[in-house]
Ligand binder design. Structure first.
Ligand SMILES: O=P(O)(O)OC[C@H]1O[C@@H](O)[C@H](O)[C@@H](O)[C@@H]1O
Length: 280
């Protein structure tokens, strides 16, 4: 019989006063912060961390936590015009990375341990009503992160996962579409190899990406299953950009890669988006 548990804990790593919940399923565990509904740790086995958290991450003063799996919603990156009718100064990646979420349903069974966090947002510049967002985390032989919103409105979202890697030189992500939009050069590009190794600043949007990806992180390989997405974003800031980002140590870009399951369409609709992480 597999042992399961859900417990509250204060603090994770150097973020000693952060309210968190820990899930356990046999020897697998996950930790999620109520601030941002951000998964900070996923260990399929003891001492085997899959995610990367910046040693300079902060959560006070409205700052989004750098690392783990940030939830970007209802816009991705800088807001498109539809999200910003007043032309205000709005935060990158939406409004829920730096708010406290509420604890919802918790369930433990032999099939898995699951937890739902919810947040209701009534101050969106582009939407008059209030919208409730749910994040459901399920831990068993994989970790599944599912984001859902039933309001019909323009809404983008991303599960912006930071994966720990042995060294950035050992990273390979495949399969990826041939065509991508490069945010570094602001141009469309084509790469017939259908995989990505990282050797410079990388900020790419791959539209119509597959449901199943494989991420080689060095010693470790992961299967990433995504659904509800219309794009996968691959991000690594490399040295210059890391030096400009206050909560990233200069050389930490070698230790992680972001592979983000994203829904970037601007049409008005409900949202269901998920990413499942499985160690191979
Ligand atoms: O610093 P932030 O707001 O967490 O964003 C980090 C990066 O997130 C990525 O998803 C974007 O594609 C990048 O353009 C961005 O720089």
């Amino acid at each position: 019989m597999v042992e399961t548990a859900i417990s509250q804990q204060t603090g994770f790593g150097h973020l000693t006063d952060l309210p968190c919940i820990k899930l356990q399923y046999g020897s697998a565990s996950a930790v999620i912060s109520l601030y941002g509904a951000q998964v900070l740790s996923y260990q399929p086995a003891a001492e085997n961390e899959i995610l990367w958290l910046s040693p300079k991450a902060q959560w006070h003063n409205q700052q989004a936590i750098r690392g783990g799996v940030p939830v970007c919603w209802p816009w991705f990156g800088a807001p498109a015009a539809v999200f910003n009718p007043q032309h205000s100064v709005l935060a990158n990646h939406g409004v829920v990375r730096n708010r406290l979420w509420q604890l919802g349903r918790q369930h433990c069974s032999a099939a898995g341990v699951s937890l739902t966090l919810t947040i209701t947002v009534d101050d969106l510049p582009h939407y008059q009503g209030s919208a409730t967002l749910q994040l459901c985390l399920t831990l068993n032989d994989s970790l599944t992160i599912a984001l859902n919103c039933n309001s019909v409105m323009p809404q983008q979202a991303a599960l912006h996962s930071y994966f720990a890697v042995d060294d950035i030189d050992s990273v390979l992500i495949r399969p990826l579409p041939e065509h991508y939009f490069d945010k570094v050069t602001d141009q469309e590009h084509r790469d017939r190899r259908c995989s990505t190794a990282i050797s410079d600043e990388t900020d790419r949007i791959y539209q119509h990406s597959a449901n199943q990806l494989r991420l080689d992180c060095g010693q470790q390989q992961l299967a990433l299953s995504q659904s509800g997405h219309d794009a996968t974003v691959v991000w690594n800031p490399w040295l210059q950009k890391s030096m400009a980002i206050s909560d990233l140590p200069d050389h930490s870009y070698r230790q992680f890669v972001c592979v983000e399951s994203a829904r970037l369409g601007l049409d008005s609709q409900t949202l269901t988006l998920s990413q499942q992480i499985t160690r191979l």
